[in-house]
Design a protein around this ligand. Structure first.
Ligand SMILES: Nc1ncnc2c1ncn2[C@@H]1O[C@H](COP(=O)(O)OP(=O)(O)O)[C@@H](O)[C@H]1O
Ligand SMILES: [Mg+2]
Length: 314
C-alpha cells in the first residue's frame, strides 16, 4: 500500500446554478465541503439516499464537470490542472465509470467482442492473436464464457452479464479506479451479490480501486473497507465500514440502517404507524441540512459531524 492515497477530495463542493426560462435563478448546493481519500487497491463506499449528492461526487471525480470549491487529487495531482492532451487521456483511461443502467455505456449495434477489442486496440495497440487472447483474458477476469458472450449483442445478455461486460471493459481500458454508481441496483436481488463479489476480486486480485456509490448501506461493507455516509451534499459520518454499520453515530446513518430505501425514492411514511418514523426522518433531514460542524472521532478512524444526541432516542 502506498503512502499517498490514489484519490483524494479536499473540501470539494459543487453548486449548480439554474437559470430557468421562467422564474428566478436558483442555486442547488449538490455537494459541500467533502474531504475523503481512497488508497490504491481499496474501496470506499459512498452511501446515502436519493438526492444526497453521491452521483455529483462520482461525476466530479470522472471530470464530467468541474468543482465550484476545493480539489480532487489523483496520485497527488489536481485533476483540474491536467490540461495537456496526453495527461487528460491518461486520466480518462485510469478512471472508469460503471453506471446503474448496464445498458448506459454499451452500444446496442455492436457485439461484446467489439466493445472489448476497441479499447485493447486503441490503448494497448494489440492485434491478431494477442488481441484475441487479451479479449478472452478480460472476459475470464469477469467470469464470462467467451464462447457464450463474444458474438452476442448487449440486449442478448442478462443485466448481470452486461454489468460484467462493463467491468471487463474497464479492465480492457486499463482502469486503476472504477467509479461504480449504483452498479447493482437495477439487477435482480439474486445476482447483486455475485457482481459485488466480482468487484471485490477485481480489487484484491488486480489491485483495482473502487469508489462504490450506493443507497444500500447494508452492501457497503461487503466490498468497501471504508464507508462515508452522505446526506444533503455533506459527509456526516465516515470510517471503517464495519464500525459505521456496527456503531452508527449520526441519526441519519441510523435511519439508513433501519430501512433499505428504494434507490429512486426518499424515505416515505409507511402505512402501519410509520408516521413517527417519518417525522423523525424529517427532523434528521432538517438538522443535517445545516452546514455540518467539525468532525469528532468517536473511535479510531471513525468520525461523525454533528452528533445530534437529542435525536438519538427517536
Ligand atoms: N446537472 C445538475 N443540475 C442541477 N442540479 C443538479 C444536477 N445534478 C444534480 N443536481 C442536484 O444535486 C443534488 C444531488 O444530486 P445527485 O448527486 O444526483 O444525488 P444522488 O446521486 O445521491 O441521488 C440533487 O438535489 C439534484 O437535483
Ligand atoms: Mg445518483
Amino acid at each position: 500500500m502506498s503512502e499517498q492515497p490514489l484519490l483524494q477530495l479536499e473540501n470539494a463542493g459543487k453548486t449548480f446554478h439554474l437559470k430557468p426560462m421562467f422564474g428566478a435563478a436558483k442555486e442547488v448546493v449538490a455537494m459541500r465541503n467533502i474531504s475523503l481519500s481512497v488508497e490504491q487497491g481499496r474501496a470506499l463506499a459512498v452511501v446515502g439516499e436519493s438526492g444526497s449528492g453521491k452521483s455529483t461526487l462520482g461525476r466530479a471525480v470522472t471530470r464530467l464537470f468541474s468543482l465550484t470549491e476545493g480539489r480532487v487529487l489523483f496520485k497527488g495531482r489536481d485533476i483540474s490542472q491536467m490540461k495537456s492532451r496526453s495527461e487528460s487521456l491518461a486520466y480518462n483511461r485510469a478512471v472508469q465509470m460503471v453506471f446503474q443502467d448496464p445498458f448506459a455505456a454499451l452500444n446496442p449495434a455492436h457485439t461484446i467482442r467489439h466493445h472489448l477489442e476497441r479499447p485493447l486496440k486503441l490503448h494497448h495497440k494489440l492485434s491478431g492473436w494477442a488481441l484475441a487472447e487479451a479479449v478472452k483474458g478480460v472476459l475470464a477476469d469477469v467470469e464470462l464464457d467467451p464462447d457464450m458472450a463474444l458474438s452476442k449483442y448487449p440486449h442478448e445478455l442478462s443485466g448481470g452479464q452486461r454489468q460484467r461486460v462493463n467491468l471487463a471493459r474497464a479492465l480492457a481500458v486499463g482502469a486503476e479506479l472504477v467509479v461504480a454508481d449504483e452498479p447493482t441496483s437495477m439487477l435482480d436481488v439474486s445476482i447483486r451479490k455475485s457482481v459485488l463479489g466480482l468487484m471485490k476480486r477485481m480489487k484484491t486480485d488486480r489491485g483495482i480501486t473502487f469508489l462504490y456509490i450506493t443507497h444500500d448501506i447494508a452492501t457497503a461493507h461487503y466490498l468497501a473497507e471504508d464507508t462515508a455516509v452522505m446526506f444533503a451534499g455533506q459527509v456526516v459520518e465516515w470510517g471503517p465500514s464495519e464500525r459505521v454499520i456496527a456503531n452508527p453515530q449520526h441519526p441519519y446513518t441510523k435511519v439508513l440502517l433501519s430501512a433499505v430505501p428504494d434507490p429512486a425514492q426518499r424515505f416515505v411514511a409507511s402505512e402501519d404507524g410509520g408516521r413517527a418514523f417519518a417525522k423523525g426522518v424529517e427532523e434528521v433531514r432538517a438538522l443535517a441540512r445545516k452546514p455540518a460542524g467539525l468532525p469528532v472521532e468517536v473511535e479510531p478512524g471513525h468520525f461523525v459531524r454533528h452528533r445530534l444526541t437529542q435525536l438519538d432516542a427517536a
